[in-house]
Ligand binder design. Structure first.
Ligand code: SAH
Length: 341
């Protein structure tokens, strides 16, 4: 059976017409799903019973089950969702002064192999469908009874390794008749899949692009992130410059600081050289320790020194707040689960 949340509004209209129904029914269903957030076709009371029965025969409404919910001392919530095929993924809800942000997963596992990230330690299973990406937002909104204002594609997986589904999910998220969250409130983070950065630039979306840089020379970056062997820093920077020229948007470079690895003044100097003159911002992340991980967090003193050096040398840098680390909900700490293990 098909999941009704896999369709954007245009496609849903087509589906309804194919079922011999009027086009406007799609808009009604879309509203029930994304505005009223109902979980059953029978709750769609402005559809005839006959149509509801027809829909039940053709489609399911994918409703994730919350297997576990943990709350951090800072208010961050981590959800473990049953994606209904024997696998489970995590999503995180964070509270900022400007509203509620959800960090969504794009894949069950990750192929990138970054040495400091827990999402990658276990086998990759598959990419999430567009409906499964959107469902994370719906399930959290249903749980808290409130609207989410910002979305970051920074959970499990590499969003640009699941490009089409992520783009389609963004369309549903953006749709004013759907979740109605503007592109400016969506961030996508990539480990640096260069061809997809070009493709994304050409979409000319207003989303924020974050690039996981983490090191300033190829030797160091390849040690931390195997993807650098495929697309090196030079190629990555060229793609970033293309993105900026095409969209006129600022890129956010993520740089996770690991003690005695990439956190000394020499690294900061190299980073300034690399990014000088670019329309960008650096987001410094105190690296979160993961199980069996070889990297440890920089000292607060080094983190501040690093940030100040960047700021004093023309690169705007901020330190990312460490939310949810006590429940393993912080950057790099999410992982998929197999429900049968
Ligand atoms: N696959 C995407 C999204 C991943 S998560 C990407 O690589 O960009 C979002 C950010 O958290 C990335 O910048 C990622 O490199 C970073 N991250 C991963 N593990 C981390 C850890 N242990 N500590 C701090 N940041 C980490």
């Amino acid at each position: 059976m098909k999941n009704i949340k896999e369709y954007n509004l245009d496609e849903l209209q087509e589906e309804l017409v194919n079922l011999g129904e009027k086009k406007y029914r799609a808009e009604q269903i879309f509203k029930w799903l994304y505005v009223d957030k109902v979980k059953e076709f029978d709750e769609m009371t402005n559809l005839s019973i006959e149509l509801r029965e027809k829909l039940k025969k053709e489609y399911t409404i994918c409703n994730f089950k919350i297997l576990k919910k943990q709350e951090s001392s800072d208010g961050t919530k981590k959800y473990l969702f049953d994606v209904l095929d024997g696998n489970a993924i995590e999503s995180v809800l964070m509270e900022y002064h400007h509203g509620k942000t959800i960090c969504v997963s794009s894949q069950i596992g990750c192929k990138m192999g970054c040495k400091f990230c827990a999402s990658t330690g276990i086998k990759f299973i598959r990419s999430l469908t567009c409906g499964e990406i959107v469902e994370q937002i719906l399930a959290v909104e249903q749980d808290i009874g409130d609207k989410i204002s910002n979305i970051v594609f920074m959970g499990i997986g590499e969003p640009f390794d699941n490009y089409e589904n992520v783009m389609k999910a963004i369309k549903i998220i953006n749709n004013q008749k759907g979740l109605n969250i503007g592109a400016r409130h969506i961030s996508i983070s990539t480990s640096g899949l260069v061809p997809m950065i070009y493709k994304f630039a050409d979409e000319e979306l207003q989303c924020t692009l974050s690039i996981s840089l983490h090191a300033t020379n190829d030797e160091k970056r390849s040690n931390m992130m195997p993807i650098n062997n495929k697309y090196n820093i030079k190629e990555l920077m060229e793609a970033c410059k293309y993105y900026i020229s095409k969209t006129n948007k600022r890129i956010s470079f993520e740089y996770a600081l690991a003690k005695d690895n990439n956190d000394n003044l020499e690294d900061a100097k190299e980073l300034v050289k690399l990014l000088k003159g670019m329309l960008c911002h650096v987001n410094l992340i105190p690296i979160n320790k993961i199980e069996n991980g070889k990297y440890t967090k920089s000292t607060n003193e080094n983190i501040i020194k690093f940030r100040d050096y960047l700021n004093n040398n023309g690169i705007v840098a901020t330190i990312r707040r460490e939310l949810g680390s006590d429940i393993d909900a912080a950057c790099g700490q999410l992982r998929r689960k197999n429900l049968k293990e």
